[in-house]
Design a protein around this ligand. Structure first.
Ligand code: ANZ
Ligand code: ZN
Length: 755
């Protein structure tokens, strides 16, 4: 009979669904829970081969764990809010809600062709009011604990479109749509206080406890960017005359207090208060203000770009006094010093610091050979103190866009800022909104949404019209899977305790920083304030990243390059099992590689060979060796070498048929189910165990050493004991007269005789 993959795969996918084979109970007798999570897909319209590369090998691992006797939960859902759906809608007029629903239906269908063990009864969709009710509720909990707050924060403002742009819409500092100029505009925005003392050091230090790729941990630490330095006070004085008592002081942050004798000028950021405080004495006000205006147009990234030439202007009329040697030094304003890092002011040491040197050379500033001093001593002498500084800023969650979760806040003229009462959640996103961007949040234009009554005093009030960053939605979805239908809580506490933390999380390395960091912040918050009761306060115990699949030309896949591989076509032609195996075999999982269009046929042939292979029983060494190797490889996600071993096993013709099918089952769930021919599913079988005694070669060469030197070898049974070895040696003429003081025996390997 021919191997008809289409028939087989459809048949079993349907049966498994009918039998609810992959629906997971919260606990199973005698089994440990294993929460296996893949990063849920962003709703883009189509499942591409990159999704497959995340989901298919990850499913092989989940199936292994299941057969190894764990109660495995492997859920899936959709990250459904976000800018692309809204932008597409602006182009073609299809409402984001409609488009998203359609795309989800399509992606769900495609996902089902992979043949995973997803428990679809737990599916989540972040744009469903039943889901985002709890995103809003979580926001209110942050708010309650003063960890959500509003402040003026810069946004990207396109002068010609008169609109706020998301960072993604700013390309090379220009507007993506009109190529117009972008400036920074300060507007009221909502932030979550991820930098709060309660969390920030733990977000760095707790990484050491996690089984995550080292590189990811380092990137996250660098992103948070903790550095230890000193805050040192500098006095200012009027240039030329040192006027007693009239001086003001300002602090600098430096990681190198030992270089203070080389500080030959100061730099403050354009936003620094010293400029406004000392206005009356600045003699070149116009020059300074022109410079400040120019720098306001730049983003932080442009300001700190090392490749760009640094600019600055001297603030004339005032000087600073270096507290270490009382020298008067000039103060400059330059935008490479950022306002929200350290104190927004630095002492410049051009002799030791590359950036300062470049700046000093450009503007002919003094470069003085530095004598280094003991940091500790200088700090004590100057009465300064050590402080910790972080690069990380609070998380700006406001978006002036339509397709997101409304922020549940109301503004009342009488009561001010009022949180939406929890009983009134969800604040639903209205459908009839003109979501074209005009510069204000689209929700502002919905009368019915925007103008309401204050829940406290009943007078006229307005709703907040910003929506939340989609990263808020994805910071807690792994909790929702545990109880996705709950209407009373975001998820039930015992259920959370039962499954969390996630045992294994698999997803792309592009999420090393934001998503993972935000999720860790959420989990710590929930744990600290008693909303959850889990072991530890980290969401993801173990994490692995799949590599990237490149096109056949070795380039990143993209429509414009015409090198995109469509998984649907391959499933149709070769089958899901073949594609799953091909993805597992094509490269080391965490490395990825380019798509080789000719290689897939090799996997197809392997499955055809297994399709035709004879059932036979064997209990031989190769079987036990194969089980051992494949088990170890799969536990380490070395899918490619596991398949290589499986190929050898089939080709040896010494395979045990049932063992072969079981070892193949995680990779190729459909064909193995078809070949299993038993009443119950192969996917309910136990993972094969090996007998280590049967792996050992029955005869070995045992090395004989005398005082550590090789003196001979004997062929013997592999499990020979020390006593017998000694007896054998005594009987050898060569060693007859040996006076043995001590023997060191390594079973199966060697014996060392001390004489
Ligand atoms: C003097 C000095 C001498 C410095 C030297 C460095 C090397 P990290 O490690 O990133 O924390 N700095 C401080 N605040 C700044 C700001 N708001 N914008 C730009 N640069 C700022 O870097 C700390 C160092 O970066 C500080 O130590 C300061 O320069 C500069 F040989 O002080 B240093
Ligand atoms: Zn009110």
């Amino acid at each position: 009979m021919k191997y008809n993959h289409q028939k087989i795969e459809q048949k079993w996918q349907k049966k498994w669904e009918e039998q609810k084979l992959y629906q997971v109970k919260d606990s199973a007798k005698g089994k440990k829970n294993f929460y296996h999570l893949v990063m849920f897909p962003y709703v883009s319209g189509n499942l591409h081969v990159g999704h497959w590369y995340n989901f298919a090998p990850a499913d092989v691992f989940a199936r292994l764990k299941r057969m190894q006797g764990y109660n495995v939960l492997s859920p899936i859902g959709f990250d459904a809010f976000g800018l692309p759906a809204e932008n597409a809608a602006i182009k073609d007029g299809i409402h984001p809600k409609k488009r998203t629903a359609k795309n989800i239906d399509r992606m769900r269908k495609q996902l089902k062709t992979i043949g995973t063990i997803y428990d679809w009864s737990r599916e989540v969709n972040t744009s469903d009011p039943k889901y985002y009710k709890w995103t809003q509720w979580l926001f209110l909990q942050f708010y309650k604990h003063s960890l959500a707050y509003k402040k003026k924060a810069p946004a990207n403002w396109c002068i010609s479109c008169k609109t706020i742009l998301a960072n993604e819409q700013v390309v090379d500092g220009k507007c993506e749509r009109c190529n117009g100029e972008i400036i920074r505009k300060e507007i009221d925005q909502w932030l979550l206080k991820i930098t709060d003392k309660q969390f920030i050091d733990r977000l760095i230090d707790d990484l050491d406890k996690l089984d995550w790729p080292e590189k990811t941990k380092i990137m996250q630490k660098n992103w948070i960017g903790r550095s230890l330095g000193a805050e040192i006070k500098f006095r200012t004085c009027l240039a030329g005359r040192r006027v007693k008592n009239s001086v003001k002081t300002f602090k600098v942050f430096t990681t190198r207090p030992d270089t203070i004798f080389g500080a030959t000028y100061m730099v403050v950021c354009p936003e620094h208060e010293i400029i406004s405080n000392q206005l009356s004495v600045i003699s070149n006000q116009k020059e300074v203000f022109d410079y400040i205006k120019k720098s306001q147009k730049k983003s932080d990234l442009q300001r700190t770009d090392l490749a760009k030439e640094k600019t600055g202007v001297e603030i004339k009329g005032i000087k600073a006094v270096n507290p270490a040697n009382q020298e008067e030094i000039p103060i400059w304003v330059a935008d490479y010093v950022l306002p929200h890092y350290g104190t927004g002011a630095i002492m410049a040491v051009p002799d030791c610091d590359e950036r300062d040197r470049e700046f000093a050379e450009k503007y002919y500033l003094v470069i003085k050979k530095t004598k280094l001093v003991d940091s500790e001593k200088i700090i004590r002498k100057l009465g300064a103190k050590w402080v910790k500084n972080y690069k990380l800023r609070d998380w700006l969650i406001s978006r002036q866009r339509y397709w997101g979760v409304p922020i549940p806040i109301i503004y009342c003229d009488k009561c001010g800022e009022v949180a939406v009462p929890e009983k009134d959640l969800p604040v639903e996103l209205p459908d009839d909104v003109d979501f074209r961007p005009t510069g204000e949040s689209p929700l502002e234009r919905s009368e019915e949404f925007h103008n309401i009554r204050c829940p406290k005093c009943g007078t006229k009030a307005r709703r907040e019209s910003d929506t939340m960053d989609t990263f808020v939605c994805s910071s807690w979805y792994y909790f929702r899977y545990l109880d996705s239908q709950n209407n009373k809580e975001f998820a039930n506490k015992p259920k959370i305790k039962n499954w969390m933390p996630v045992s294994m999380y698999v997803g792309g390395a592009e999420h090393t920083v934001l998503h993972l960091l935000y999720s860790r912040f959420f989990t710590k918050f929930l744990k600290d304030f008693g909303y959850i009761d889990i072991k530890g306060d980290e969401p993801f115990k173990a994490l692995r990243h799949q590599g990237m699949i490149l096109g056949p030309d070795g380039q990143k896949m993209s429509k414009s390059k015409g090198n995109v591989i469509d998984p649907d076509e391959i499933v149709e032609k070769y089958g899901a099992d073949t594609l799953r195996m091909h993805l597992c075999f094509m490269a080391q999982y965490d490395q990825g590689g380019h798509w080789n269009p000719n290689a897939i046929i090799g996997m197809r042939r392997l499955l055809e060979k297994i399709w035709r292979s004879k059932p036979q029983k064997k209990d031989n060494q190769i079987t036990h060796k194969t089980i051992k190797k494949i088990t170890e490889d799969l536990d380490n996600m070395k899918f490619n070498t596991a398949i290589a071993c499986l190929m050898e096993y089939v080709n040896s013709k010494e395979y045990d048929y049932e063992t072969l099918l079981k070892l193949l089952a995680p990779f190729a769930p459909h064909i193995t189910e078809e070949l299993w021919h038993k009443k119950t599913s192969i996917h309910l079988e136990q993972w094969p165990k090996y007998d280590s005694r049967k792996i050992k070669d029955s005869e070995i060469e045992l090395v004989i050493q005398i005082n550590g030197k090789l003196r001979g070898k004997i062929r013997t049974k592999s499990d020979i004991r020390e006593k017998q070895v000694l007896k054998t040696i005594k009987n050898l003429p060569k060693f007859k007269d040996l006076k043995i003081k001590k023997a060191i025996f390594v079973p199966g390997r060697l014996i060392n005789l001390v004489v």
